[in-house]
Design a protein around this ligand. Structure first.
Ligand code: GYE
Length: 344
């Protein structure tokens, strides 16, 4: 009963927020005076929190009235939020689809209300592609390919040991763990049904599948959560004697997996090679300590680009169908001393 009351209260607050915002006059569009409805999926990782901050700060910078709704990892909450944005007739709707499927009906309602929609971060699967104006985010398939390319280099063609022995002290020896038989890979996948999980797995397999020496012995979803990364890694270490590699779809799960390894006296980054995606500060710090071997960047700082695209849509301009963020790959062989703070 209490929960229902709190949910109702939250809805009342949300409506209050929506109706307290003054509907911008069309003439305000030129100086950014538009109203943008933004549905965020939650706060599941440091990456997500940085993504949220980037959107909120960029909206303020651009003078855009932001109606922001956190869906707490539930698609139905995102659909409710989008319907609220339509009811209030915001100028533009932007959202991060927590999963790829199940958006047709609400996007048809947005189209009927003549409100343009921008898809952010995660991708969406639709028969009628005209239901949204464009996508801004990261190339998850390429992130998966880059993770695999690192492993190919690590196990097939490792660079010579660094001439500066101090580098070895500060990080993993760079040694390739001795083993017999296939290179056994454990994959910690992201949220089931999300485009990131599907594309990071697909891109990875596309490259690693070219090399019979590699074998994925275990692949489960940790839902991008540190706690689940820890649980899955404990289960893996109970079940499998020899794990050579952990490929994790995000740093939060990687940090949980490292906790589980350390509990068993396993040296992350040395006994088990670790490749992770996001490039949170904690993962870069682990890379510097030699506890992680490769960090593939997934750039969360999408706010300024989202606002630019939203303003163009509000002016009735067309936008690119796909816009990707710039991203890098950091490995144990790189000089990380000049890397600026990650900010997440
Ligand atoms: O990798 C993860 C977050 O959608 C790219 O979602 C994002 C992913 C990111 O939970 O940390």
């Amino acid at each position: 009963m209490k929960k229902a009351f709190y949910r109702f209260a939250a809805a009342v607050v949300l409506c209050g927020v929506l109706f307290s915002c003054k509907k911008a006059e069309a003439g305000d569009v030129r100086n950014g005076g538009i109203i943008l409805g933004f549905s965020q999926i939650g706060a599941e990782s440091a990456w997500r929190n940085c993504n949220t901050r980037s959107v909120q700060e960029a909206a303020e910078q651009a003078g855009i009235q932001l109606v922001f709704f956190n869906a707490e990892q539930k698609q139905e909450n995102q659909i409710k939020a989008i319907r609220s944005f339509i009811a209030y007739q915001v100028d533009v709707i932007a959202f991060v689809p927590i999963v790829s499927e199940g958006w047709e009906n609400v996007l048809e309602e947005a189209r009927d209300a003549k409100i343009p929609v921008l898809i952010c971060d995660r991708e969406i699967t639709l028969e009628d592609q005209s239901l949204y104006a464009g996508y801004l985010g990261t190339d998850s398939a390429e992130e998966g390919r880059n993770a695999a390319r690192y492993l190919v280099r690590k196990f097939m063609d490792p660079p010579p040991d660094p001439p500066d022995s101090s580098l070895e002290d500060s990080r993993g020896s760079g040694e390739v763990p001795s083993r017999t038989g296939p290179i056994r890979i454990v994959e910690l996948r992201g949220t089931e049904g999300s485009s990131q999980a599907a594309k990071r797995a697909g891109g990875f397999k596309e490259v690693i599948g070219e090399y019979p020496e590699f074998r994925i012995i275990y692949s489960e979803s940790g839902d991008f959560l540190r706690s689940k990364g820890y649980e899955l890694m404990r289960a893996v270490l109970d079940e499998y004697e020899d794990v050579d590699v952990v490929y994790s779809h995000n740093d939060s799960m990687t940090l949980g997996a490292i906790d589980a390894m350390k509990e068993r006296g396993i040296r992350p980054g040395t006994d088990i090679v670790i490749v992770t995606i996001d490039a949170e500060q904690a993962a870069i710090n682990a890379l510097k300590r030699g506890e992680v071997n490769c960090v593939v960047e997934c750039n969360p700082k999408q706010g300024p680009d989202i606002m630019d695209l939203a303003l163009r849509l509000a002016r009735g301009e067309s936008i690119p169908r796909i816009s990707y963020m710039e991203e890098e790959v950091f490995t144990e062989w790189d000089d990380l001393s000049t890397l600026p703070p990650r900010g997440y």
